[in-house]
Design a protein around this ligand. Structure first.
Ligand code: ADP
Length: 451
């Protein structure tokens, strides 16, 4: 019973059987109770008529007479009962005979109920008793009625059987309709497992299966992107490692071979390369740390003006070194948010450091704070090289770097903005970018104010 259609079929058949049983019970029970009362009523009328007739005969003669002996068998057969009349001394006055009964009534001559004993009264005096025993089929019901009930039962059973067969067919068709998209998804999942991330399934309905197909495709897109990122990461890391390592190696080999003198100038070049390597390793470490840090966030009431001031103050020397102007415009009142001060520092540091990296000599950058209703807004703006619109949605992705070549000199591994985005998310904030190639970039962070 591993196939869906078998399970469905089992349910359908079970329902058909249950409905048939209930219908059989309902029909037979109500039929039986109605018949019982009908039979009782009929017997009461019958008995009344019999007593009336016997009393009349007694009245006419003033005593028990031969006429009753002659008439009783006829009366019995006509009424479908066996009769016996006793006088007050318990002597049998007249009775019906079983031979005549079986001759006249055949199959229906058998006893079909309890004997009723009813007194015969003449005027005010009891003159004897009549014993009335119903004959016939069960309850004295003629066979016709019982056969009718049996035919209804047969019809119900037939209906139940037909319902079960229709249920079987239906379950087969319904389940094949339901499972064919699922089978296609299984096939697609196998292909994806084998490494073909471009596989998608067609979304053909708007029901739960359609939702599943949609979610499946979404998952496939995410996996494909992750796979691309992973590939890029490996390529990036190996490239980033290869260049400084090759440079260091060639320098060291030149010293060993005596081709080059290990002067301070030459050793400084090795130092720069090792610094690049350290930065890359640090970036990777930063990313790994972020994953574990997510659970180690200590949120307190902090003033964004203060944190922004600290970041700008600490980065100022680097900006001055590159001759890029840096400005900070605070809000006059404290801008309180519930956040981890170190993490907010890191967010602003990364964004401002990028602004510096991607702005050329003589440019300018600005950190601007604003209050808007229940939110604090932080803008980090520069008039640097900008980012193409197409890249806006990707820059927050892990290891994503715009035009790889342009960044090699700046040494980034495409991790800074990923860290920023994750940290903003942890603080229930939102970050967006507005940038135009050649004109500059503006990052906007919205965070709920402390209430
Ligand atoms: P990286 O460590 O390489 O700087 P980030 O995640 O910080 O990586 O940034 C991703 C990419 O977004 C960078 O490669 C860069 O091209 C682009 N970028 C980020 N900030 C700016 C900015 N202020 N101006 C122009 N480009 C930017």
């Amino acid at each position: 019973m591993n196939r869906l259609w078998q399970k469905l079929a089992l349910n359908f058949v079970a329902v058909a059987i249950a409905v048939t049983i209930v219908a059989l019970l309902a029909v037979n029970l109500s039929y039986e109770s109605r018949f019982k009362s009908y039979v009782k009523e009929r017997q009461a009328i019958n008995n009344h008529r019999i007593i009336q007739t016997i009393t009349n005969i007694y009245e006419v003669h003033g005593s028990w007479s031969e006429e009753l002996t002659d008439l009783l068998p006829q009366l019995g057969v006509m009424s479908g009962v066996s009769l016996k009349v006793l006088d007050l001394d318990r002597n049998i006055v007249a009775e019906t005979s079983s031979e005549i009964e079986s001759m006249m009534m055949g199959e229906n001559a058998k006893v079909a109920g309890e004997t009723a004993v009813i007194p015969i009264v003449n005027g005010a005096d009891r003159v004897g008793d009549v014993y009335i025993t119903p004959l016939g089929d069960i309850y004295g019901v003629p066979g016709e009625d019982i056969r009718f009930r049996e035919s209804i039962n047969r019809l119900l059973l037939l209906g139940g059987g037909l319902a079960a067969i229709v249920g079987l067919l239906l379950s087969y068709f319904i389940s094949t309709r339901m499972t064919s998209p699922l089978e296609r998804m299984t096939e697609a999942a196998k292909k994806i497992e084998a490494g073909d991330y471009s596989e998608r399934v067609e979304v053909t309905s708007k029901d739960e299966i359609g939702d599943l197909a949609y979610a499946f495709n979404h998952l496939a897109v995410t996996l494909e992107r992750q796979e691309d990122l992973r590939r890029n990461l490996t390529a990036d890391i190996s490239h980033e490692l290869r260049t400084p390592l090759a440079s260091i190696r060639s320098h060291v080999e030149a010293y060993i071979d005596g081709v080059m003198e290990p002067t301070t100038e030459n050793i400084r070049s090795i130092h720069e390369e090792t610094m690049r390597l350290s930065r890359l390793v640090e970036d990777l470490g930063e990313l790994a740390r972020l994953e574990s840090d997510k659970v180690n966030i200590v949120k307190t009431k902090i003033d964004l003006n203060e944190v922004a001031g600290k970041v700008v103050f600490n980065l100022k020397p680097l900006f001055e070194e590159k001759d890029v102007k840096i400005e900070l415009s605070k809000v006059s009142e404290p801008l309180y948010v519930k956040a981890d001060a170190d993490k907010i520092y890191q967010i602003l540091f990364n964004l401002l450091h990028n602004a510096l990296k991607f702005t050329s000599l003589g440019g300018k950058a600005e950190v601007r704070l604003e209050k808007n209703g229940k939110n604090a807004l932080v803008y980090i703006e520069d008039n640097g090289i900008g980012i193409d619109l197409e890249e806006h949605s990707s820059i927050f992705e892990r290891f994503y770097r715009v035009e790889k070549s342009r960044n090699r000199s700046s040494g980034g591994a495409g991790i800074g903005l990923t860290v920023v985005k994750e940290l903003v998310d942890i603080h229930k904030g939102k970050i967006s970018v507005d940038s135009e190639l050649g004109k500059g970039t503006e990052f906007k962070i919205v965070m709920p104010l402390f209430t």
